[in-house]
Design a protein around this ligand. Structure first.
Ligand code: SAM
Length: 280
């Protein structure tokens, strides 16, 4: 079914992008819409209050977050059905993207209420374009599970995706996540983008092992990970063995070390390495 978003005066649910750090990253249209709607629903009214007062937006503000979204959704639906024009915003970036809002979008669609997007900043895609890794195709994953077992099974599922992967991660989990990625995905190229649009914006680019050597552990982070490359994945353990040998390890010791790191059988890795060396 087609629904026009711009039939004047009709009930509508606007999904409005807000800045991901720098207050200036908001569009003229976002400000116009936030000023003109009957009410704004925000994930955290204190955080959004700062943004709204910066732009002198005095529209009524109410909370809509992960923990009250079931309760509030019916209220919001009734308001829309009574003809109100409402906006949803989150603490940062696009609502719905790793933030609440999806349930409301579904509810509005189910009840033939117009939904309209007011685009703007989003951390994942902003990090991707500056990462230096292939921008397309990409897979936006958001947060991996915080529990190690679930996280590892999610990574196993992603292991053979050829597209660039985009993750959100909390600073206190980044080290564990990168170590799990090293085990499961291999020593891929990554970009860790931190504090985007803020004073200390920073990009760490390198292999997972390189980034782990000097890992930033503070700030908001997006992790961009190179997709699966068959050749690179197959040759990678052999290259790591060669590196250790060039550092003075005996071949047997180097194979033992890499087999341990990769949790692989030493004898199988030995056989594969000999074959690889014979072909090269
Ligand atoms: N809705 C947001 C969006 O469109 O990007 C994402 C919200 S999610 C709850 C918050 C996560 O986004 C953070 O933990 C971090 O991974 C990422 N993030 C948000 N702002 C960021 C920034 N300025 N720099 C780097 N990552 C950021």
């Amino acid at each position: 079914m087609k629904i026009r978003s711009f039939d004047a005066e009709k009930a509508i649910l606007f999904l409005v992008a807000t800045p991901i750090g720098n207050l200036k990253d908001i569009t003229f249209r976002a400000i116009e819409v936030l000023n003109s709607v009957d009410k704004i629903y925000a994930e955290d009214t204190r955080t959004s209050g700062i943004l709204l007062s910066h732009y002198n937006i005095q529209t009524k503000l109410e909370s809509y977050h992960e923990f009250n979204q079931d309760l509030k959704s019916n209220q919001i639906l009734k308001e829309l059905q009574s003809g109100m024009r409402l906006a949803i915003i989150s603490d940062a970036g696009l609502p719905v993207i790793s933030d609440p809002g999806y349930k409301l979008v579904l509810l509005a669609i189910e009840h033939n209420i117009a939904v309209s997007t007011i685009p703007g900043a989003s951390a994942g895609i902003s990090a991707l374009i500056a990462s230096g890794l292939a921008p397309m195709p990409y897979l936006f994953y958001g947060f991996l599970d915080s529990k190690a077992a679930k996280r590892n099974s999610e990574l196993e599922d992603l292991k053979y995706q050829a597209c660039t992967l985009i993750f959100y991660e909390a600073p206190h989990r980044i080290e564990h996540t990168l170590k799990d990625m090293l085990q499961i995905l291999g020593n891929r190229k990554i970009t860790l983008a931190r504090e985007l649009t803020k004073t200390f914006e920073e990009y760490s680019r390198g292999t997972i092992e390189e980034i782990l050597l000097d890992l930033p552990q503070k700030g908001e982070m997006v992790l961009i990970v190179e997709g699966f490359k068959e050749e690179a994945q197959i040759e990678e353990p052999f290259k790591r063995i060669d590196e250790l040998i060039s550092l003075g390890y005996k071949p047997n010791e180097a194979i033992k070390e890499i087999a341990k790191l990769m949790q692989k059988s030493r004898s199988e890795l030995y056989k594969a390495y000999i074959e690889y060396k014979n072909i090269k």
